[in-house]
Design a protein around this ligand. Structure first.
Ligand code: GP9
Ligand code: MN
Length: 638
């Protein structure tokens, strides 16, 4: 090595600058290519380049706070942490199409159980994300002095000034691109796009701390405000009120089932033959959406039993299980003497269910421990759906009637594996995207399990006095598979089509209830009032954000957790801030979606306020609604 190069290599500032540059380049390319962030214009492209710089300098610069002899170790540790943050987000994004948040990290017990899913998500090429770190380590190893990073105070000052400038430019550009970015954004991809992943984590940390303190300062007056809002939209239940009075309730959460598979064929074979038949004889809601976010299945359960939204970050099941709730099991017990039970073939602590179910008032929880689970009858997360339902029958029979029961299926879960050949009842699709191709096979298996379950319920005499509610819990195929999906559906997947793919099936079936396909636009938040009204239970005192899907003149609206919204004639995509005309699918003037966009924001904020502030603990204190303006009461039938 010639002397000049050697001098340069020994120069601490040069080392710091090159290390920063490497991390910066790596971050940019990762943002650009490992995450699908939908860069819409040059401004966003520039922001994406600038965003990581300030935070990288600040974080690496923290090493200057350490005594000179520990400084290099501190520097390498910080470099490692930043690289790891990037790497962990890349792996997480592959399946969840989302970024890690503090509350998600706190659900640590779920990670250990991911097993097969996590391994499947790591790619050999991820090694690329560590090459720069190795290079930095080699460089440091080649130094003879441990005081290598001993820079002058003035130089350190200059380094930090550069960081502050980079951050200020980033923030200013981000605010121009998206006003109210830090205060009213529910879409994480937007935050990462405009702030970079490191700043996003800082922001997320601050938000988590803020929501934790929210509870301590909450007051009952906040609940009154929410009550006014929800009462104004309750409406009157219609002809279906009490149609299933006194009946048992069997809810079936259909794992990862999206509505597009209904009546869909792969290689000429139906994917869900049982459900396709069943809808002819049931109330089938074809414009029904999920509202879930990071809490996935648990979010759908929360929505179902509380008619409130899950949280913008993390899973409410794990972060707020100590809250006061007024969930369906409690209401039904109080009003009609129902027994409630949940059934699931996975470990009881997954999603903190064992704790949360108690808070929601479930009397019983049959989890993995109460089933006979073996190597042969389980796959992926736990017991396969067919043995799960089979083994559930005697447990159902043991329940005191009337009962409110919830069954959570499991086999049709990413990465959609069946292992056993005899469980593969149809051929996979052939897009070349493994997850998408196998998706139909596990969906077909679940459909078979549902068919057998229905038959077993009939044979056990549990059919005629029961109302069955089958619903999809959340999407199974994320945006990362748009190529394969567009091949299957024969159209480009724009934000419009993506939003429409968030429809999940909702099928309400009960002997005596006439079959009908319902056009109304709704979502999981509407399940609770719909079910309660069918059972003849009024909801006038309840805080619920949904409305009865069977009520007359209800406002047709589905609000997604990221702030997107769908009405009868509009579709607003929050991530891209685009408004569509629903019938034509054409982009229209953004202002045309303002009413639904505003409503979505207001409603999500209200719901978050209730959860963060644990406001339902004040439910007994707030003024009861006057008789005159009582909403949610049945209309007189003539
Ligand atoms: C785990 C099951 C799957 O018990 O509910 O959870 P998900 O990953 O879909 O939220
Ligand atoms: Mn699920």
């Amino acid at each position: 090595m010639n002397n000049r190069l050697k001098d340069l290599m020994n120069n601490g500032l040069f080392f710091f600058a090159i290390a920063t540059l490497m991390l910066w380049i790596k971050s940019y390319f990762t943002f650009r290519f490992a995450f699908t962030l939908d860069i819409e214009n040059t401004m966003q492209e520039i922001i994406l380049v600038i965003a990581p710089l300030g935070s990288i300098i600040v974080f690496l610069g923290l090493s200057f706070m350490f005594a000179k002899k520990h400084r290099m170790k501190a520097f390498l540790t910080l470099y490692f942490i930043l690289s790891f943050v990037l790497f962990a987000n890349v792996v997480y994004f592959r399946f969840f199409n989302d970024f890690i948040t503090v509350p998600v990290l706190m659900q640590y017990q779920n990670f250990g159980e991911l097993g097969g899913s996590a391994a499947e998500l790591m790619h050999l090429s991820d090694i690329m994300l560590w090459i720069d770190f190795i290079a930095v380590c080699v460089w440091v190893k080649m130094q003879d002095s441990q005081y290598f990073l001993a820079l002058r105070k003035r130089t350190i000052g200059l380094i930090f000034s550069t960081a502050v400038m980079a951050m200020a430019v980033n923030l200013a550009m981000a605010e121009t691109e998206r006003p109210e970015l830090l205060t009213r954004t529910f879409d994480r991809a937007m935050l990462v796009k405009l702030l970079g992943v490191y700043n996003f984590h800082v922001y997320d940390g601050v938000m988590t701390a803020k929501s934790t303190t929210h509870r301590a300062f909450a007051e009952s007056s906040e609940l009154s405000e929410v009550q006014h809002y929800v009462n104004a939209q309750k409406g009157k239940p219609g002809e279906y009120f009490g149609k299933a009075e006194g009946k048992n309730v069997v809810l079936v959460s259909m794992e990862s089932l999206q509505n597009f598979v209904i009546n869909y064929k792969v290689n000429g074979q139906e994917v869900t033959p049982f459900l396709n038949d069943l809808i002819g004889d049931s109330l089938y809601f074809k414009n029904f959406y999920h509202n879930t976010a990071q809490g996935k299945t648990s979010d759908s359960e929360f929505l179902l039993d509380n008619s409130m939204y899950g949280l913008p970050r993390g899973a409410v099941f794990t972060t707020n299980s100590g809250n006061e709730f007024n969930a369906t099991p409690e209401i039904l017990k109080k009003e009609k003497g129902y027994t409630s039970a949940a059934f699931h073939g996975n470990n009881d602590s997954f999603w903190n269910r064992d704790i949360m179910y108690k808070s929601l008032g479930y009397d019983k929880f049959f989890s993995e421990e109460q089933y006979d689970v073996t190597e042969e009858n389980s796959v992926n997360y736990g017991l396969k759906d067919i043995p799960f339902f089979k083994q559930s029958i005697p447990k159902i029979k043991s329940l005191e009637e009337p009962y409110y029961s919830k069954f959570i299926t499991l086999t049709h879960h990413y990465p959609y594996i069946l292992e056993d050949e005899k469980n593969k009842m149809i051929e996979p699709a052939n897009t070349g995207d493994g997850s998408v191709d196998r998706y139909f096979q596990t969906a077909r298996y679940m459909d078979e399990a549902l068919k057998k379950f229905m038959q077993d319920m009939k044979d056990a005499g549990e059919y005629k006095d029961t109302v069955f509610v089958f619903y999809g819990d959340h999407y199974g195929i994320s945006e990362n598979h748009n190529r394969a999906m567009s091949e299957l559906l024969g159209k480009e997947i724009r934000p419009f089509e993506h939003a429409q793919l968030q429809k999940v099936p909702l099928i309400i079936h009960s002997p005596g209830l006439e079959g009908k396909t319902m056009e109304t636009v709704g979502s999981q938040v509407d399940l609770k009032p719909t079910i309660l009204h069918l059972l003849g239970v009024g909801t006038e005192q309840d805080i619920q954000f949904g409305t009865d899907l069977l009520a007359k003149n209800r406002e047709e609206l589905a609000i997604f957790r990221n702030g997107s919204a769908v009405s009868e004639d509009r579709l607003y995509s929050a991530k891209e801030n685009i408004c569509y005309d629903k019938s034509s699918g054409e982009e229209i003037e953004a202002a045309k979606c303002d009413p639904i966009k505003e409503k979505a924001q207001t409603e999500l904020e209200m719901s978050d306020k209730v959860v963060y502030g644990d406001l339902l603990r004040f439910l007994d204190e707030v003024q009861p609604i006057s008789e005159k303006s009582k909403p949610g009461q049945p209309e007189k039938q003539n």
